[in-house]
Write a protein that binds this ligand. Sequence first.
Ligand code: ZN
Length: 157
Amino acid sequence: MAIRNIRKEDDEILRKTSREVTDINDRILTLLDDMAETMYAADGVGLAAVQVGVLRNVVVIDVGDGLIELINPEIIEADGVQCEIEGCLSLPGKQSYTLRPATVKVKALNREGKWCVYKGEGLKARAFCHELDHLNGTLFVDKAATKEEISKYRKED
Ligand code: ZN
């Protein structure tokens, strides 16, 4: 395993679209191992392959209840709305309220090549959405909530 360099800020690779994984070979398995090690070392809750410079549909997530490895992930269900503070390992120091679904279901291949469905709510739903956006070259700052949205969805503040 190895810690890889996290691409930052205006590195143009972050704006590129990642490609489907067609063969779960040793390179992909090593990528998954390295991405998990890199995410934990950076104290993050998620990492997409593009963030370590690999344009493949591969994501790792751990919001504190165990590592989830996603290959070719897709959101198959989304419900409700939440408005919480988000940040990104590729955009150090930046944070903003971002609208996300309250719950999502994600379908993805695991490292054995089997399709699995994962449910997420709260932080995990945000992590799924944030990381899957990376695969399309989208960053959370593109989706930062407006003042009106923040006051609508965060009435308790
Ligand atoms: Zn990110």
